[in-house]
Ligand binder design. Structure first.
Ligand SMILES: [Zn+2]
Ligand SMILES: [Zn+2]
Ligand SMILES: [Zn+2]
Length: 268
């Protein structure tokens, strides 16, 4: 395995099924129609990190057996991508070591994001910074690192892929051992300067909310337009809403383009 990406979740901000909805997707018996909020777990032989901490990150980690997390990478500061951030505490503990009295001293978690996203995270979770010098694992211990250009997590090189979505938003190019993945979960427009960074991609993960137009997400037509331009070997659409019933929607897609589903692992 040179590079593995597993989907923590693949749904839009309210999740699928939506609370109180009786539509065919929300009542479907196909497990692929049950979508947690979108995020990913990326790993190599040596390195593992989360892309975003969606609200069901804890449940996904339990279901998928995730115990190793070396870093957290954040795309943007919408709640469907950060509201599981407090649960990073558990990885502070797992990565920690026993102190003189035998109690675990947590290890701070490296967190990479755009500067604006880090400022928003500090604002949404003020207790992380306000209690940074206190003992105890009642708040996540985070080592925030702003990123503009390429950076490394272990044997993986990541490059921010700035896109338009609303707040400052990054996708990420993820490279290790000759494999090259691009991950853009939330996006309404990809600038040419970002497309220029995305040549020769093995796997593209791309926002595709639904068939109909949406002002801050790609719909099917727009997403397929970017697939034509980027020409990845394989594409997986994410951030799907309940308009998209897995089996029916996937049947409309061309060769090489699939819908992601929760727990799916893609290797390159
Ligand atoms: Zn989102
Ligand atoms: Zn529904
Ligand atoms: Zn968003």
């Amino acid at each position: 395995m040179s590079l593995s990406l597993q989907f923590l979740g693949t749904g839009t901000s309210v999740g699928v099924p939506q609370i109180g909805c009786t539509c065919p997707t929300c009542t479907s018996s196909d497990p692929r129609d049950r979508r947690r909020r979108t995020g990913a777990y990326v790993r190599t032989q040596d390195t593992a990190f989360l892309i975003d901490t969606p609200p069901e990150m804890r449940l996904a980690a339990l279901e998928l057996g995730i115990v190793k997390v070396d870093a957290v990478v954040v795309t943007h500061c919408h709640m469907d991508h950060i509201a599981g951030f407090d649960d990073v505490r558990r990885f502070n503990t797992l990565n920690g070591s026993p102190g003189p009295d035998g109690r675990i001293i947590g290890a701070s978690m490296p967190c990479f994001a755009a500067q604006e996203t880090i400022e928003d995270l500090r604002h949404v979770f003020p207790y992380i910074t306000e209690h940074a010098n206190e003992q105890g694992l009642f708040r996540p211990m985070i080592d925030f690192t702003p990123v503009e250009g390429p950076f490394k997590i272990g044997d993986v090189t990541l490059t921010p892929l700035p896109v338009e979505h609303g707040p400052r938003t990054n996708g990420y190019l993820i490279e290790s051992g000759g494999a090259r993945f691009a991950y853009i979960s939330d996006c309404s427009f990809i600038p040419d300067s970002t497309l220029a960074l995305m040549g020769d991609v093995d796997v593209l993960v791309l926002d595709c909310l639904r068939e109909r137009f949406h002002p801050t997400h790609l719909n099917r037509e727009a997403a397929l337009g970017y697939v034509e331009r980027i020409r990845p070997r394989r594409t997986f659409f994410v951030h799907l809403c309940h308009d998209a019933r897995h089996a029916e929607f996937e049947a409309t897609l061309p060769d090489g383009v699939r819908l992601a589903y929760d727990g799916l692992e893609v290797r390159g």
